[in-house]
Design a protein around this ligand. Structure first.
Ligand SMILES: [Zn+2]
Length: 208
């Protein structure tokens, strides 16, 4: 089974985009990786202003010149950002969103179903144990058979029951707390992104 949520690759976020940066893709992305890296040298691509113009530029080239990156990759800010927006828009077609929602929810349901099955299995085992325990208690009360042997067996069964309760608690603890996703959630996020692209200053104002 595929993991539902990929763990952040870096736990410490060292290069977070600042709220008032004019560059939408400066700093790290949500999983702690650089947003863009240079295709020529692998260095981070960062925002860079030359006079009144904004660019994204290979940081190795910026820091070390041709010795750092022999191609000095750069692109105008608005060109890059509108390309990304177009790519995102294209990617989130109605069809694709429907598939994404279906797959996500199916994976989530599978995980929940697996856990439900495991829990039901444990509950059934507990029920069987409880019946055995009840029978032994009855036998002890009626004074039948040898009491020490019954008590020993009783203790064993209670230990087994305790172990099952612990196992059940573990399953509950691991239960994914992710809500099911809807098409509206995704279209809403794409729309929000579109608004940010069209008016980046709005983002700064909202964040402040
Ligand atoms: Zn480079």
């Amino acid at each position: 089974m595929k993991p539902i949520v990929q763990r952040n690759r870096k736990t410490k976020r060292s290069n977070v985009r600042s709220d008032n940066s004019p560059y939408l893709f400066s700093g790290d992305n949500a999983v702690g990786e650089p947003m863009f890296v240079c295709g020529a040298c692998g260095g981070n691509i960062n925002g860079n202003q030359v006079a009144t113009r904004y660019y994204y530029l290979c940081s190795s080239y910026k820091n070390k010149g041709i010795a750092g990156c022999n191609q000095g990759q750069y692109i105008q800010q608005d060109k890059l950002e509108s390309k990304v927006l177009m790519a995102i828009r294209k990617r989130f077609s109605k069809n694709r969103i429907q598939n994404l929602v279906r797959e996500f929810n199916a994976t989530l349901d599978d995980a929940l179903h697996d856990q439900d099955c495991a829990e039901t299995h444990i509950l059934n085992s507990i029920e069987v144990l409880e019946k055995s325990i009840a029978n032994i208690v009855k036998a002890i009360e009626q004074g039948s058979a040898t009491v020490p042997a019954l008590v020993k067996r009783l203790e064993q069964l209670q230990e087994e029951r305790h172990a099952l309760e612990i196992e059940r608690a573990e399953i509950k603890k691991d239960r994914p707390l992710i809500p099911r996703i809807s098409e509206e959630t995704i279209t809403g996020k794409v729309r929000l992104l579109q608004n940010i692209f069209q008016n980046p200053k709005q983002l700064t104002k909202n964040a402040a």
